[in-house]
Design a protein around this ligand. Structure first.
Ligand SMILES: [Zn+2]
Length: 222
């Protein structure tokens, strides 16, 4: 490999590492990052803003920190991870691909909200099983590779949904998707709750005034 290719590779790795750190330090981590990604107006981003996000989109799939693994195959003791396929490793998603991912994830989220479950279909899903030692001393790892990158993204998303789905909600007041802190939380922010409360109060007062007016008219008549 040439020196130039090597340095480009190194630069790519550095950027990917930074992107992973950004995702991990997002409030609420992976879930927080996905929620933010779903609501980002991708077409409004400048080219440099997009590049920053593109590294994050790629890293979301590549991340091997193993937080969601155990859930799929707990009985066998495997950790399950999503990694990109061979040569695709050093490729960033295009803005169009990210838009497709965003649209698909939003549709799946809507279905999940509606039915409390959602199906993900994976054509040509490959599972690669490694012996202990590669990612974990004790356990082997099941690595997931799909033909399309978007599918690896969905795979990760499916795990996030299984873990935190009941807390991913849409605010009925401002339509923002947010991560609830409490089970009984309805609105994304006390601001939205206060807005709804004051509107209800105003409406109740209006209804009360109408009633009073009617009563007043009756009284005058009688
Ligand atoms: Zn809200």
């Amino acid at each position: 490999m040439t020196a130039k290719a090597n340095s480009m590779r190194e630069q790519f790795r550095q950027e990917s590492k930074k992107a992973r750190e950004r995702i991990q330090t997002t409030p609420d981590g992976m879930v927080g990052w996905v929620i933010r990604f779903l609501q980002t107006d991708l077409e409004a981003l400048t080219p440099s803003e997009w590049t920053v996000l593109a590294f994050e989109v790629a890293s979301f799939v590549d991340d091997l920190t193993g937080r969601y693994g155990g859930l799929v195959a707990t009985e066998s003791g495997w950790a399950v991870e999503a990694v990109p396929k061979g040569t695709q490793h050093e490729r960033l998603p295009s803005r169009q691909e990210a838009l497709t991912i965003q649209k698909s994830l939003l549709a799946q989220l809507e279905a999940y909200w509606e039915k409390a479950y959602v199906g993900f279909t994976f054509p040509q899903l490959t599972l690669i099983v490694t012996a202990p030692g590669a990612f974990d001393e004790q356990r082997g790892t099941v690595v997931v590779a799909a033909q399309q990158k978007i599918k690896e993204f969905e795979y990760r998303f499916a795990h996030l949904l299984a873990q935190s789905g009941q807390y991913i909600r849409r605010c009925p007041e401002c339509s923002k998707i947010y991560l609830a802190i409490r089970c009984d939380q309805l609105y994304c922010h006390p601001r939205c709750q206060a807005r709804v409360a004051s509107r209800k109060w105003r409406e109740a007062r209006k209804a009360e005034e109408k009633k009073e007016k009617r009563h007043g008219a009756k009284r005058r008549k009688g």
